[in-house]
Design a protein around this ligand. Structure first.
Ligand SMILES: C[S@@+](CC[C@H](N)C(=O)[O-])C[C@H]1O[C@@H](n2cnc3c(N)ncnc32)[C@H](O)[C@@H]1O
Length: 273
């Protein structure tokens, strides 16, 4: 799944104001939270850490982080639209409206962990956003970036054995066209390790993951297609008939739908000797 936005903070086609946004955040949580949480555990999260969750979207990662850092820690959750973010623990979670492509680090920086999932790929000034996040780390702090790489694996149905699967892949191709015209870098995920090194971080590592079929993939696909339906039709990338047929196929559970690969890359701000 990929969200569509034109630039830093403006023209976000899959805007959080629409009801589909909540459904998409729940599906993203089900699909990717286990992998995200595994990475953050391995990075050593513990009580008292100060964390910045960038482009939080929904609340699942924020809630989990708050449980890990406890009452002596802090979780700053930012987004250009914070409608779906809620903090569980009074005093631990601070929710702020913030544009990572334009604004300075919140709360004075100095974070032990900064995490952004499926955010940077959509921000026009990705370079500045990445620098802002790296600069906001305390010496020894870690940055974990997780972003899609739709060009690495462009199919939604890996097993394209019939017309329903071909239709699904046609709509995914149309969706990628929309993304391209809105400035999304479809091959961004694979660049993360290099970009983290170029930003001056050390101990850089990365891996990739994507689900091949699951009920949450169906939920995500239906919500995303409903959200971009008008844009697909207006751009001549699909017809209403195509979209209705595809949504019926998804609902019937006859498709094994996968997502784009999620590349997770992490690095550490070098502590002074
Ligand atoms: C695809 S959603 C991902 C949400 C969440 N990180 C997740 O993985 O479930 C992208 C989120 O990034 C937010 N976003 C987009 N542009 C942003 C920007 N320039 N600064 C901060 N957040 C941004 C959107 O509002 C949206 O909530």
């Amino acid at each position: 799944m990929i969200a569509v936005m034109a630039s830093s903070g403006d023209g976000y086609l899959l805007d959080n104001a629409r009801p589909e946004a909540g459904t998409r955040f729940d599906a993203l949580s089900e699909l990717f939270d286990p992998s995200t949480f595994r990475h953050i555990e391995q990075l050593g999260i513990t009580s008292g850490w100060r964390c910045w969750e960038v482009g939080a979207g929904g609340s699942s990662v924020v809630t989990w982080l708050a449980g890990k850092v406890g009452p002596t820690g802090q979780v700053v959750a930012t987004d250009i639209d914070t409608s779906w973010v809620a903090g569980p623990a009074e005093g631990v979670v601070k929710v702020l409206r913030h544009d990572v492509g334009r604004d300075a680090p919140p709360e004075g920086g100095g974070f032990d962990l900064v995490h952004a999932r499926l955010v940077l790929v959509h921000v026009t000034d990705r370079e500045r956003a990445l620098r802002t996040m790296a600069d906001s780390l305390r010496p020894g702090g870690v940055l974990l970036l997780e972003d899609a790489d739709p060009a690495l694996q462009p199919l939604t149905c890996l097993d394209e054995y019939g017309p329903e699967q071909m239709l699904a892949n046609k709509l995914r191709t149309g969706f990628r066209s929309l993304l391209t015209t809105r400035g999304v870098d479809l091959a961004y995920g694979r660049k993360l390790p290099r970009l983290l090194r170029e930003t001056g971080l050390s101990d850089v590592n990365a891996d990739g993951y994507f689900p091949i079929t699951s009920p949450a993939c169906n939920t995500l696909e239906a919500a995303t297609v409903r959200h971009v339906r008008d844009a697909l039709v207006a751009a001549g990338l699909a017809t209403d008939t195509d979209i209705d047929a595809h949504l019926a196929n998804v609902a019937a559970g006859r498709l094994d739908l996968s997502t784009s690969p999620m590349i997770s890359a992490w690095g550490r701000r070098t502590a002074p000797p």
